[in-house]
Design a protein around this ligand. Structure first.
Ligand code: FEO
Length: 401
């Protein structure tokens, strides 16, 4: 009878030995309604090599999958392509169990792992462009600093034409299928774009450079093996093409209207703005912040041309959920956005000005003065909100090629 956790062969010498996390719904503040996977890979070379490990609580699943192929003590080399704990949480425990001859990481990975493990393991640096002999085949390293941590790197197994890309080209998607061609492309695009928006967007320019560099390296690729989600064996050119579109953040006619509301006045304004956007030919996407998760707003912003934010004023402040989204989106550093601030207020009305300032700080090009309405908007106020939507739609049309 097969064991419960089997390895999956992905190329002549490489097995997937990761773990499937069906239950996580929050990945450091990013909503993961479909769970995720922590992918790790076993290379059956003369020097048996493990590429990455898994989150701490999935350590046994990893070890069972390795044991379904070889005795884990045969592992001589562990490569840590990325030190974040979803890939290294079990590293110390795995290293103690298999006693590899060597653990390697990028030079920055050595420093990060020293801080994570407090000296429990010894890690050697491998440099960008370095190649290690695994006996009957070679493994080469490509530093991908800040994609998305300072330690991040890829490694490439020329013998099987497999590129191991840690978080890049990954997505949070738990499934029994291991390969891209076994899953719906619309699902892959949706989850990959959400992943890009929430994890990689701040480093967009570096992704543009990486895509250029990969082209220059001329690697033959049969398989691209990320650390989350499916393994690319048929559609890598497609996902690479999407990355090439996403990093540029070119404006579209999509306009994200994000708001919160206390007594529906700011909500009424949001819906009037959305009406004006649609009438002007734009495509509004509304997010009421106690109904939409911040990571879903970020996913929508990835391919938008406008970010329009509304808040009531509460205790002389913007609404807390609006402060949350502005802080989060600011950190993701989106570019090429136009926008405006709006909202209702009772007596002091500082909230909308605060939103306006926050949009300026994130370099959203404001094309209108903040739109404020005292207490409940009347027909004239709503006509003004509608007109704001139409103005933004007209401006978007001038920017979309
Ligand atoms: Fe999947 Fe950046 O860790």
């Amino acid at each position: 009878m097969p064991g419960p956790f089997r390895a999956v062969k992905i190329s002549e010498h490489v097995y997937w030995v990761g773990a499937i996390d069906w239950s996580t719904r929050d990945f450091h503040g990013y909503s993961t309604p479909r769970g995720t996977t922590y992918n790790a890979y076993l290379i059956l070379a003369d020097t048996v090599t493990l590429v990455d490990t898994v989150k701490a609580q999935y350590r046994d699943e990893l070890m069972y999958r390795i044991a379904s192929v070889i005795d884990p003590s045969e592992i001589s080399l562990i490569v840590s392509n990325h030190a974040e704990q979803d890939h290294t949480g079990s590293l110390v425990s795995v290293a103690r169990a298999v006693r590899p001859d060597r653990i390697v990481a990028s030079p920055m990975g050595v420093k990060v792992l020293a801080r994570h493990t407090h000296g429990a393991i010894e890690v050697d640096p491998v440099k960008d462009g370095e190649t290690l002999s695994l006996g009957n085949m070679d493994l080469s390293f490509i530093e991908t600093r800040m994609l998305h941590w300072p330690d991040s790197m890829f490694c490439y197994l020329r013998a099987d034409e497999v590129l191991f890309t840690q978080d890049a080209f990954g997505m949070h998607l738990a499934s029994s299928e291991r390969f891209d061609d076994e899953l719906d492309p619309a699902l892959l695009e949706s989850e990959a774009s959400k992943y890009f928006a929430n994890i990689l967007l701040p480093y967009s320019k570096l992704i543009g450079k990486l895509i250029g560099r990969m082209g220059g390296l001329g690697l033959s690729l049969k398989t691209v093996a990320p650390d989350h989600g499916p393994i690319w064996r048929t559609r890598f050119d497609w996902i690479a093409g999407l990355y090439d579109r996403w990093w540029k953040q070119e404006p579209t006619l999509k306009a994200v209207v994000t708001y919160d509301t206390m007594w529906q006045s700011t909500a009424l304004m949001a819906r009037a703005i959305a009406g004006g956007l649609a009438a002007g030919g734009a495509s509004p996407q509304l997010h009421q912040l106690r109904a939409s998760h911040r990571s879903d707003v970020a996913a929508d912003i990835l391919e938008s041309g406008a970010f329009i934010v509304g808040s009531p004023t509460i205790n002389n402040q913007m609404f807390p959920s609006v402060a949350d989204i502005l802080c989060y989106i600011n950190g993701l550093r989106p570019t090429n956005l136009i926008g405006a601030a709006f909202g209702s207020y009772g007596w002091s009305g500082e909230g909308v000005a605060m939103v306006n300032d926050a949009l300026k700080e994130m370099k959203v090009e404001l094309i209108s003065e903040p739109l404020r309405v005292q207490f409940v908007p009347d027909e004239e106020d709503l006509a003004g909100a509608w007109a704001l939507g139409e103005t933004i739609a007209a401006e978007l049309k001038t920017r979309v090629g």
